[in-house]
Design a protein around this ligand. Sequence first.
Ligand SMILES: NCc1[nH]cc(CCC(=O)O)c1CC(=O)O
Length: 307
Amino acid sequence: MNPSTLRIATRKSALALWQAEHVAALLRAAHPGLDVELVPLSTRGDEILDQPLATIGGKGLFLKELEVAMLEGRAELAVHSLKDVPAQLESGFTLPAILPRADAADAFVSNHYTELAALPCGARVGTSSLRRQAQLRALRPDLVLRDLRGNVGTRLGKLDAGDYDAIVLACAGLERLGLASRIVSRLAAPDWLPAPGQAAIAIEAREGQPAVLDLLAALDDADTRLTVSAERAMNQALGGSCTVPVGAWCMLGEHGLHLRGLVGDAASGQLLHAEGSAPADQAMALGEQVAQALLAQGAARWLQANS
Ligand SMILES: NCc1[nH]cc(CCC(=O)O)c1CC(=O)O
């Protein structure tokens, strides 16, 4: 029997609510007559704001409460930023749809400087992401990196208050919130790598409910699924979560998939790079192959130090 209502569990941040509303609108358009509602919830990841994310640890910090809501029958699906979704899902859950990817680049955001290279020696740059810190240190060892947590609006507020000379955010998040004008320049591949899955929105649901999964699968974008699968397979083979300094960027072209990966050390700014190509149906194997190439260069010591 087809469900007549779908309830979407979502975090309450402006970005999460935008993404959940976006999915709701797409579901209503794909399935006229279907009733789609939002179920906004607080998660541990939203509440622990006084510690750097990397030290709180715990994969899926933003997912748990949403998964509990699905297990308790308070929601049929959850909407996430794919980069916040651990490579290994909780058992019993699946991702029936991955939406077409937005701009996966990071954004250099500043009120005084036009790009990273224009920052004066010793400038204060805000980011709590180890991946961003490692790449910033590699390019500009002279910068003073400072932790910066909170949702997108909070981070921009701290920049505007003068706490930082520049901050780094995801372009996709700024664009979704109507804040694209804050993007001063892009930090993009191949010089700079995003997080695995960055800029893709994922729908999570429980396995074993074919009628619901069918409705959700209507929103899946096959090409995005392929590229992010390679990125996530690489991250998983590195034992990664969003708290380790791993960057990945996969492109799909006429000749198949091309994946670039990096593992960095946020403290020293040392980076290890690897890349590889494979036919489009070999996304998982490509991810594992690039991960092996990074491990062969000694990536494991940094991954362990941060797990
Ligand atoms: N870590 C929070 C988070 N998770 C997803 C995005 C951006 C949107 C996306 O990547 O889809 C952001 C904000 C940011 O990193 O600036």
